[in-house]
Design a protein around this ligand. Structure first.
Ligand code: ZN
Length: 249
């Protein structure tokens, strides 16, 4: 069974006050982040996982008294299947009051159109049938016209367009709290996103990592693998690694 453990409980951690990290499940899932408004208990969700892991996220949230019915906003980092597929069961679950969905440029267009082949490119030996989730057109707020967004009362994120992993990839950056949510641009441990998917580009990826390497980052909260509260050295490490790949040419 490909996804036999796909809905197991997601492990959580309060990474920053009122910002919770839920680590990815096995088999093509992603890390997720939940911001709570302490006044209203409203929640904002960053990335939605592969859909199968949604129940596991809800179970994990329960441990921190985060009520999934209070999710009012969803922010996406990019258009890939492991980050957006959870949108569809989430919307069905919250059909009385579906959340606002925010995404950038190409990601917003793909989700508005319900473009299956761009959400799940047919290259990893995976296909949508494995997930058993139906994709349909969504109404999405395009962040391309926003320099920053306020998430409830305590968090303000700048929107930085950082292509290379995909055409619709962005980073969310809170300069006061020094939080970077980079999606699949850069990971901990010297890793960085793949650039061999449709819309990917190695030179764009290098430029984007170089760009975030100049931000003041304490909390690095990426789409896969672990998180760090020592962000800048981690980003610098990834930048060094990706540069070393190209020094042969
Ligand atoms: Zn991706």
């Amino acid at each position: 069974m490909f996804f036999s453990s796909g809905d197991s409980e997601k492990k959580g951690k309060e990474a920053v006050k009122n910002l919770y990290y839920f680590s990815e499940n096995q088999m093509l899932d992603c890390n997720q982040y939940v911001i709570k408004d302490p006044k209203t208990e409203e929640l904002a969700l960053f990335d939605t996982g592969n859909g199968i892991s949604l129940k596991g996220l809800f179970k994990g949230m329960e441990k921190y008294n985060l009520e999934y019915r209070n999710i009012t906003k969803v922010f996406l980092t990019h258009e890939h299947v492991d980050h957006v597929l959870g949108l569809y069961p989430l919307i069905k679950t919250l059909n009385d009051g579906p959340p606002e969905i925010y995404a950038y440029g190409e990601t917003a267009s793909i989700l508005k159109a319900g473009n299956k082949s761009q959400i799940c490119p047919d290259i990893l030996g995976i296909n949508l049938e494995m997930f058993g989730i139906e994709i349909f057109p969504l109404s999405v707020i395009d962040l391309a016209n926003s320099e920053e967004i306020k998430v409830f009362s305590e968090f303000t994120f700048q929107i930085h367009y950082t292509p290379g992993h995909s055409l619709g990839s962005i980073c969310y950056y809170d300069s006061n709290k020094k939080i970077l949510i980079p999606g699949d641009l850069v990971f901990t441990g010297g890793s960085f996103g793949r650039y061999d998917f449709p819309g990917g580009s190695l030179s764009d990826l290098i430029n984007s990592i170089k760009y975030v390497n100049n931000l003041d980052v304490k909390y690095l909260l990426p789409g896969h693998m672990g998180i760090s509260d020592n962000g800048n050295p981690q980003i610098a490490f990834s930048y060094k690694m990706i540069q070393s790949m190209t020094s042969f040419y």
